[in-house]
Design a protein around this ligand. Structure first.
Ligand code: TRP
Length: 374
């Protein structure tokens, strides 16, 4: 299937080098990693493993940081369904950045986005998912003192005045070209990118500061900021820096990205240990051979084996991961055995997450941005 990567569709087996060229972003090199390590004292496994693989303008972020001008982090989640483990890698990494660099996180929940883009979306449902999604983000362990949730329809009073300034500088024809829209798209969807641009500079407007903004995101979201980077500059703000993640492959194979609307392709944050086991055993695409005997003899293909690929996200120890890959490619490990390793890792992670998720309700209010408390 031909590759397609935009905020509203991700299809095919993705050629990330091709995306780097098409989008005009830079590949993360060992020099960049070195620079991060210099400040953070370590390198997150997602960086070492190329899960975060590209960037825009990172250099400026580190230069300013060294001068004592800390950046802030910005990312977001448009609620419309449950959080699955494909969503959280960007946020896990962002939390690491928050801790290592001691910086603020601004987390946008555009509760209008999926309402506008999904024909079948119901307002009340989205509001329910907004609440549920916020609990999952909190459960990942962000620092409540340094993390601010912006909910588009609740914070409209501070966001809308800035959104119109952005919107005035983007033409309908550039929106059409960037997102592939046509005359039958609703008018709300045409405006939406202005709302997603606002948090790039809103913290500076609110506090009369000039901090750089760093956005960790899945690369499908890059197009919003490709459109608006020049615009924010025209409005007197700095262009944001971006660090891009690859997609975690769906359970069912390495094409496209995971989706909550197909629950068998994903593990949800609320899945029970039994569900996790069932889904992985039943659906995880195997790079192994047809029979155990053949597997022992010829070995399996780590690159297409989803259990092996997912372990990149859940086994932080490089040596252990390396050993699993080696054993699997040589036929010492069978598909079922790798799946078992993955199931245990994920269940361990989810059991902690689900505990913290229950507690999250109590602290939710602390995360929602309140100007008077700032
Ligand atoms: N559009 C994103 C989504 O569909 C949500 C989002 C809002 C976002 N602001 C962002 C994602 C900034 C990455 C960076 O979930």
């Amino acid at each position: 299937m031909a590759q397609k990567v935009n905020p509203y569709e991700v299809q095919g087996e993705i050629d990330y080098d091709k995306l780097i060229k098409e989008f005009g972003v830079k590949k993360i090199t060992s020099e960049v990693l070195k620079e991060i390590e210099d400040i953070a004292g370590e390198i997150h496994p997602y960086l070492r493993r190329g899960i975060f693989f590209a960037y825009r303008d990172l250099k400026k972020i580190f230069d300013e940081y060294r001068k004592g001008n800390k950046f802030f982090l910005y990312t977001g989640r448009a609620p419309s369904g449950p959080i699955h483990i494909g969503h959280i890698s960007v946020w896990i990494f962002m939390k690491w950045l928050q801790e290592k660099f001691g910086v603020e996180v601004w987390f946008q929940f555009p509760d209008e986005e999926k309402f506008l883009f999904k024909q079948e979306a119901k307002w009340e449902e989205i509001q329910k998912w907004l609440h549920e999604n916020m609990l999952d983000v909190i459960a990942l362990g962000f620092d409540p003192k340094k993390t601010h949730f912006l909910i588009d329809t609740k914070h409209a009073g501070i966001m809308y005045p800035e959104a119109v300034k952005v919107a005035k500088k983007i033409t309908f024809s550039s929106i059409k070209a960037a997102f592939g829209f046509n005359d039958s798209n609703n008018i709300g969807s045409i405006f939406y990118t202005a709302m997603q641009t606002v948090p790039v500079f809103l913290p500076n407007v609110l506090r009369n500061e000039k901090r750089p903004c760093l956005i960790p995101l899945g690369i499908d979201q890059d197009v919003h900021f490709r459109l608006s980077r020049d615009v924010v500059e025209k409005l007197g703000h700095e262009k944001p820096a971006i660090i891009h993640a690859k997609f975690m492959p769906p359970l069912t194979g390495i094409e496209g990205k995971m989706s909550s609307s197909n629950p068998d392709s994903a593990i949800l944050m609320t899945d029970s240990p039994k569900e996790v086991k069932r889904k992985i055993n039943k659906y995880a695409f195997s790079g192994g051979r047809d029979t155990a005997e053949e597997q022992r003899k010829y070995g399996g293909n780590v690159e297409v084996d989803v259990a092996c690929q997912w372990l990149k996200y859940f086994e932080p120890d490089d040596d252990k991961l390396e050993k699993i890959y080696e054993d699997y490619s040589k036929g010492k490990l069978l598909s079922g055995e790798v799946k078992k390793i993955l199931i245990d890792k994920i269940n361990e992670f989810l059991s902690e997450h689900q505990k913290r998720r229950k507690e999250a309700e109590k602290t939710l209010d602390k995360f929602i941005y309140k100007p008077e408390r700032d």
